[in-house]
Write a protein that binds this ligand. Structure first.
Ligand code: NAG
Ligand code: NAG
Ligand code: NAG
Ligand code: NAG
Ligand code: NAG
Ligand code: NAG
Ligand code: NAG
Ligand code: NAG
Ligand code: NAG
Ligand code: NAG
Length: 393
């Protein structure tokens, strides 16, 4: 083998693995079922239209095409986003209580949501009960699952004492909620009908909100602006699960078992039931029989885990180094390094079926100044490697 051929070969080895076939793009819905409503992906066990598209009626959604873009509904709740790991973001309403400067009640609305008999609860990790107002008593009354009453009580003297951007108890108050309840009522009362604060706060508001979404602003206090800003709607997060079983009891042989191939079962954190997650190295919808598809780690041009040769395997990948470099080939490992200074590396192979010691050599890396060194290095390395591995040359 000439130097040039060896050099070409080592380059080919490095380039070749990046030309693998693209992995299959998996659908989130059952075959033959609509997958989107507007820009929202409807993933199985949820489904639209026909009964074979959803697991059972608890996961049946409707897409209302009279809206542009169309809107997705779970019963009467508008759905904004579905996550396979047990969350459902919905567009919710708020309670409000407004007063005229005379102290007469001008408009009010008490809101409640009931999820009784549905495999859903209000997410305790993602939501905060929030109240806004400066002459305000706000209560959240939870029932079904866990009964509780919690709330905020606020009086503030002027707008200057309110901290903008921070819901810290003056003009805005937040509390976390217990997990696992299925009905809440939001109730609002006022101490003095807002007569002492009417110049900067004539309404009180109460709502359960996705805590990552809402940031309090001083401008949310006066008048009816807060309601108008969001048209009375705010996002809230529901937890969902496959109901009535936990993983140890959710038999993989049961025809109703929800988790597909290459996925794992885990108990939903709120005690509703179980959920599925694609196994490590797989992605897609774990609730479909073959929804979890292998991730081709080698194909990702920005995140190739190997420095050397990347080979995709089901659920993983292996890294190796081209001939003449050593290391584990991983970016987070030892990578691939040229063995010491010599430009030439010699590998010895002992073939038990043959009596003579075979030797093979290859050239590593680029550069054009290895020519004159070649002869010297081969002699040197033959000796070194032979001795190190206990062979007699
Ligand atoms: C998918 O949605 C369209 C409306 O966009 C509807 O006409 C069609 O029947 C749906 N397909 C199925 C399989 O339900
Ligand atoms: C859907 O589109 C709306 C705007 O039309 C956008 O606010 C929202 O984030 C989009 N949702 C998703 C899941 O892409
Ligand atoms: C769609 O929404 C409109 C307007 O809110 C409503 O009148 C209609 O009944 C809804 N259609 C369905 C199928 O829910
Ligand atoms: C919770 O409250 C509901 C009605 O408000 C009542 O029917 C139920 O018995 C209560 N549950 C518990 C455990 O107290
Ligand atoms: C609240 O603030 C965060 C970052 O501070 C931002 O990403 C988010 O969009 C804000 N939410 C609203 C409703 O403005
Ligand atoms: C309060 O903060 C918001 C952004 O967080 C800003 O838009 C608004 O102008 C601020 N209001 C005052 C009175 O500083
Ligand atoms: C709030 O009070 C202002 C005057 O102080 C009044 O113009 C406005 O209509 C009131 N808003 C509501 C919702 O009653
Ligand atoms: C599993 O099933 C057994 C018997 O069917 C029952 O005693 C046990 O409580 C169940 N465990 C869970 C976590 O559901
Ligand atoms: C997926 O699982 C089903 C049985 O649940 C089996 O028949 C099928 O061969 C599996 N498919 C793959 C690709 O492993
Ligand atoms: C789901 O699987 C991914 C990758 O296997 C893992 O990183 C993640 O923590 C899992 N999530 C849960 C909630 O188990």
């Amino acid at each position: 083998m000439s130097l040039l051929v060896a050099l070409l070969q080592s380059f080919l080895l490095m380039i070749w693995p990046t030309m693998a076939a693209p992995s299959k793009v998996s659908s989130m819905a059952k075959p033959g079922c609509n997958e989107t409503c507007g820009n929202i992906t409807v993933l199985h066990p949820f489904g639209l239209d026909q009964p074979n598209c959803y697991r059972d009626e608890h996961y049946s959604l409707t897409c209302n095409y009279t809206f542009n873009p169309p809107k997705l509904f779970l019963g009467s709740l508008e759905v904004l986003e579905i996550s396979s790991l047990g969350h459902l973001r919905i567009n919710n309403y708020m309670s409000f209580d407004c007063y005229k400067s005379s102290g007469k009640n001008s408009k009010s609305f008490s809101y409640w949501v009931d999820l009784m008999n549905w495999p859903y609860t209000f997410s305790a990790t993602h939501n905060r009960f929030t109240a806004i107002g400066c002459d305000t008593q706000a209560y959240i009354i939870g029932s079904s699952g866990r009964n509780f009453t919690s709330g905020c009580s606020m009086l503030c003297s002027d707008l200057g004492s309110v901290v903008n951007g921070s819901c810290s108890g003056i003009g805005c108050c937040q509390t976390s909620i217990p997990r696992g309840f299925k009905r809440f009522d939001l109730q609002l009362y006022s101490y003095y009908n807002h007569i002492y604060v009417r110049s900067f706060s004539n309404c009180s508001y109460a709502f359960l909100v996705d805590s990552n979404w809402y940031n309090f602003s001083v401008s949310d206090l006066p008048g009816y602006d807060f309601y108008d800003k969001y048209k009375g709607r705010i996002p809230m997060v529901l937890d969902w699960a496959i109901e009535n079983h936990w993983c140890p009891n959710a038999s993989t042989t049961d025809s109703k078992y929800a988790c597909g191939n290459n996925s794992e079962c885990f108990d939903s954190p709120n005690g509703l039931g179980y959920l599925c997650n694609c196994s490590k190295g797989y992605q897609g919808n774990p609730y479909l029989e073959d929804g979890c598809q292998d991730i081709n780690e080698c194909e990702d041009p920005n995140n190739n885990p190997c420095e050397g040769i990347c080979t995709n395997t089901p659920g993983g990948y292996t890294c190796s180094c081209p001939h003449g470099k050593k290391g584990d080939g991983r970016k987070d490992g030892t990578g691939c390094s040229v063995t010491q200074f010599p430009v030439l590396q010699v590998t010895l192979e002992y073939r038990p079926d043959q009596t003579e010691l075979m030797h093979r050599w290859s050239v590593v890396g680029g550069g054009s100044n290895f020519g004159p060194l070649a002869g010297i290095e081969v002699g040197l390395r033959l000796d070194q490697i032979g001795l190190a591995q206990g062979y007699t040359v």
